[in-house]
Design a protein around this ligand. Sequence first.
Ligand SMILES: [Zn+2]
Ligand SMILES: [Zn+2]
Ligand SMILES: [Zn+2]
Length: 89
Amino acid sequence: PDITTTNKRRRHNNTPSKGHRCAFCEGPHISDTCSNVKEWQERRKILEGKEYGPRCIHHRTQGHACRPKDCYYCGKKSHHSSICQIPDQ
Ligand SMILES: [Zn+2]
Ligand SMILES: [Zn+2]
Ligand SMILES: [Zn+2]
């Protein structure tokens, strides 16, 4: 019996859980890694026109439990990591 056919493929880091949509372009990827809207200025602009605020960009995601975190990049509480300007500098 061939036991080497075990499916070892792991989900790519950029592939979100089912039903997740990018907050910026609605594409099937994690918002922070969005390649369609790269500039934080542009991202913030998009968030301003939506239902969610700058600290949590996933309000519309199904099953979302709102737990805003400090920014991953600069540690500030005023914005979500995906709209931090530090990674762009
Ligand atoms: Zn996107
Ligand atoms: Zn939320
Ligand atoms: Zn930041």
